[in-house]
Design a protein around this ligand. Structure first.
Ligand code: AGP
Length: 636
């Protein structure tokens, strides 16, 4: 939703001494790594050692506007600064409404990610006490509340921040800096906040991407925790003031993955990273067993060490509930299909935003799977909170170690190992989620039917070979980039698209449509191919390109009939197929390698990502930071 960043050198290295980065440069560079989280305004507050006060610069629009403004100021001595990049929730994206926000005295500056749900009540009380507000934002309340506690006798800035945090409700991750102490506090309740503490310096950020250049050992703040950094010393407590030990998490992301390295956009790079990401997702988790008597498929075993499901859990559960949002929800639909096919367990897939307000009868025997690239999606995490309250078992599939979703996953976490996904549109995260979902289904099969599966294959499929060969097949599809670009040139001016698929490919029709919508702003709808005749076919005419996902399976004849129905109404047909369909009149066909049904969604997705990318590039939209979107939706 928004990105926050903070730095303090505790009074040493942060000075702008020519060869040493000032705290302002550190914060600005950090904001560049967080720009994908929100980008309608930004700002920096820093303690100016010469003038002995906090100064701040804020600009609406993209980060380049702030950089330009900062380049005009003379070099300053500053060893503490905070920064913010915004996706507006309350108040238009203007210079004034941009963060940081200050209190009346100017001795306190804050940057905030989240929503303060009780800000109106708090604001009214503070106005009655004489506080002057200059913006309509919810976040400004935090600065005045802290100031009020300082005035009411809090002995330290930390104490004032702690008391203020207890008054807030909603979702908030914020940094607060203080001119008198030259200290900085970080508070987390909901949205993410992570830090690196080394050499008596502290770096804070909304996620690890700005921090991996400083260290691969990070500390994730948990809900209701406060970090207080003053004079080079870090204290970590809960909201009640109880001192906590810091747990360090080792990050396996390398900084190189957070840069474009020759691609025009992060999204393009991340599409092309998929063969290696798929390999990272399954390698070391599928082990070939040679002629062993103890393996269920007598060919391989699944090693998901962090999955703590027992046979009793699975037998008692009787069903699995998946909750997610957006592309992750579509991955959940694919995983539903895979799990029901391989394990014979009913799976229900629920939008996080819907589940949290339904009267869904959750039992303590239920097994939940939360799917979230960021691990910070408020709707998904709130749905899982309901499962947690009802004592159901929770697993998660996520890309970010230490993220909020992992703290609720009592039955284990399966990391996609996709590395930082900077493009707002999910690509490698989506395909690796499906891979992880397949591995989990195979693991559940192993646990559930220990003696039931015999022979080298499951359902007549040698999964080991199929999975191991998948990255090569994904790479073959990347070689189709230029031919797909030629197809994009024919359709980028169209204003509506239909994506149609059946069975396990129906969720990929939904995902393909979402990719196009998100980055090209063209209206596109995914639909089950068999459902067209029940109404939507009324939309079809020569201006409506219809993209079919066609696989050489038992559904192929049905899909061919659907194609005939579209052709009969003048619709332009594009097909992605793993065989040469026996039908004429298809305007454009994208031929992909074949694989087993449960792995096919991964391969069918890639050409749809490439098509959406080239259409958006031809339209000149902002592919990595599409309008109105943010990478991680940490508010409702
Ligand atoms: C996908 O391209 C979108 N960026 C969006 O739908 C995303 O999948 C959704 O917001 C869920 O995000 P998450 O996986 O981080 O929970």
């Amino acid at each position: 939703m928004c990105g926050i960043i903070g730095f303090s050198s505790g009074g040493n290295a942060g000075y702008n001494q020519g060869n040493c980065e000032s705290s302002i440069d550190i914060v600005l560079n950090g904001l560049k790594s967080l720009e994908y989280r929100g980008y309608d305004s930004s700002g920096v507050a820093y303690y100016d050692e010469t003038e002995n006060k906090i100064k701040s610069i804020k600009k609406s629009g993209k980060l380049v506007n702030l950089s330009a403004e900062l380049s005009c100021i003379k070099p300053v001595k500053s060893n503490i600064a905070i920064g913010h990049i915004r996706w507006a929730t309350h108040g238009k994206p203007t210079d004034v409404n941009a963060h940081p926000h200050s209190d009346c005295s100017g001795n306190i500056a804050i940057v905030h990610n989240g929503i303060i749900e009780n800000y109106a009540v708090l604001k009214n009380k503070l106005i009655v006490k004489g506080h002057k507000f200059i913006t309509p934002t919810d976040s400004e309340v935090i600065a005045h509340l802290i100031e009020d506690y300082m005035k009411s006798g809090a002995k330290t800035f930390y104490e004032a921040v702690r008391l203020a945090s207890l008054d807030l409700s909603g979702a908030f991750a914020f940094l607060a800096m203080n001119a008198d102490e030259k200290s900085i506090c970080a508070v987390k309740y909901g949205p993410p906040l992570v830090m690196v503490n080394k050499d008596k310096e502290i770096y804070f950020a909304s996620d690890v991407s700005p921090l991996i250049q400083y260290s691969d050992e990070v500390i994730y703040l948990k809900n209701s925790e406060i970090a207080y950094f003053k004079d080079g010393l870090l204290k970590l407590t809960d909201f009640k003031g109880k001192t906590l030990n810091k747990t360090v998490t080792k990050i396996d992301w390398d900084a190189s993955r957070a840069v474009k390295t020759g691609f025009s956009h992060f999204m393009q790079k991340e599409i092309f990273e998929q063969p290696s990401c798929l390999l990272d997702a399954f390698s070391s988790r599928i082990v070939s067993i040679k002629n062993s008597s103890d393996s269920f498929f007598s060919g391989f075993k699944i090693m998901l060490e962090d999955v703590r499901l027992t046979k009793k859990d699975i037998d008692k559960a009787g069903r699995i509930i998946i909750t997610a949002c957006g592309s992750s929800y579509y991955a959940g639909l694919v995983i539903k299909y895979i799990t029901e096919t391989l394990c014979g367990i009913p799976v229900i897939v629920e939008y996080g935003s819907e589940f949290r307000y339904e009267n869904f009868p959750v039992s303590k025997n239920d097994i939940f799977i939360g799917i979230s690239q960021s691990g910070e999606t408020a709707d998904t995490n709130s749905a899982l909170e309901i499962a947690k309250e009802k004592k159901a078992g929770i697993l998660s599939i996520t890309n970010v170690p230490g993220s909020q979703i992992t703290t609720m996953s009592d039955k284990g976490v399966i990391y996609t190992h996709a590395g930082p996904e900077i493009g707002v549109a999910s690509t490698k995260a989506f395909t690796t989620q499906i891979m992880c979902g397949l591995l989990l289904a195979l693991r559940i099969k192993e646990i559930k039917d220990a003696a039931a599966v015999a022979g080298k294959n499951l359902h007549g499929v040698n999964f080991f070979d199929e999975i191991v060969n998948l990255p090569k097949k994904a790479e073959q599809i990347l070689f189709l980039n230029d031919s797909i670009k030629e197809i994009a040139k024919k359709y980028y001016k169209n204003t509506n698209f239909l994506y149609l698929g059946r069975g396990i490919l129906y969720p990929i029709a939904l995902e393909g449509a979402l990719k196009l919508k998100e980055i090209s702003y063209i209206h596109a709808e995914g639909y089950p191919a068999g459902e067209m005749k029940h109404g939507p076919i009324a939309l079809v005419d020569e201006n409506m390109p219809v993209l079919f996902l066609l696989s050489n399976n038992m559904l192929a004849p049905k899909t061919i009939s659907n194609i005939e129905e579209i052709k009969a109404r003048g619709g332009k047909v594009i097909a992605v197929a793993d065989y040469e369909p026996d039908i004429d009149g298809i305007s454009d066909i994208i031929k992909i390698p074949t694989t087993v049904e449960v792995l096919s969604p991964i391969l069918y997705t890639i050409p749809l990502q490439i098509l959406a990318y080239h259409i958006a590039a031809l339209k000149g939209t902002d592919i990595d930071q599409p309008r109105n979107l943010a990478k991680s939706v940490t508010v409702e």
